[in-house]
Design a binder for this molecule. Sequence first.
Ligand SMILES: Nc1ncnc2c1ncn2[C@@H]1O[C@H](COP(=O)(O)OP(=O)(O)O)[C@@H](O)[C@H]1O
Ligand SMILES: [Mg+2]
Length: 263
Amino acid sequence: MTAEKPPPFDPLHERDLGAFTGPAIELRNITKSFNGFKAVDDASFEVMPGEILGLLGPNGAGKTTIIHMLVGLTTPTSGSIRMFGLDLAAHRETILGRVNFSSSYVSMPYSLTVAECLKVFARLYNVRRPGPRIDELLATFGMSEVKNKPVRHLSTGQQTRLNLAKAFINEPKILLLDEPTASLDPDIADKTRTLLVQVAEKKRTSILYTSHNMQEMEKISARVVFMHKGKVIATGRPADVVRKFEGHDLEDAFLKVIRGGRA
Ligand SMILES: Nc1ncnc2c1ncn2[C@@H]1O[C@H](COP(=O)(O)OP(=O)(O)O)[C@@H](O)[C@H]1O
Ligand SMILES: [Mg+2]
């Protein structure tokens, strides 16, 4: 009798995800130039499975460019990106099926309703039972009442919440969120943070997010990456970064770096 051959190890498959212990996201020496200007300059860091990592830095630091490269919206000029040990450039489609993102600056199709938008994304990601999943997400983000409203009639905060609901639709193993709480009221922002912490803990989803809210950064990030002028100037637990720049807290450290030329 011949034993059946076990399927090959596939870090993106539910079966093997739990056994994967390497970094979920790994950037090595990433540079992105726009006509010779380095928006991202030799950045390296990683995000572990189930880790929440906050990307912080002043406007123009290169945060959004990093997220765009991780989502495959743009490609690095040099360096490598691996997700679950797989090279992003070589395994783009496989990887991106298990990734999702939200950005306040990417708007949904204006003429579609909220539910229609989410249905489109559910189909793109092959979500098995889209109806219940969509209802669940709309309830989570306090959007049930606007389910049948066209996107063009949503407030800015509601559009942000729609983007967040979309980001969760495929139960992603990697979530990339560009300023997820920027336009949310304190109640919804707090609920969103709670949800992020939950999915990181329970589903081992790795979350890379950006924010200008330094209290939020300190509260939910296991580690932060501090970027300035395209470069990573510090990586570590929020308390370590505060200590490195001799601040009272992260906001103070941020101001010391940006105003005092500490970088
Ligand atoms: N498509 C682009 N073409 C030229 N410059 C860009 C482009 N995208 C971003 N930049 C520049 O790269 C730098 C980093 O931008 P960005 O990543 O959006 O910063 P952040 O999100 O940290 O505010 C900025 O100086 C910005 O003007
Ligand atoms: Mg940005």
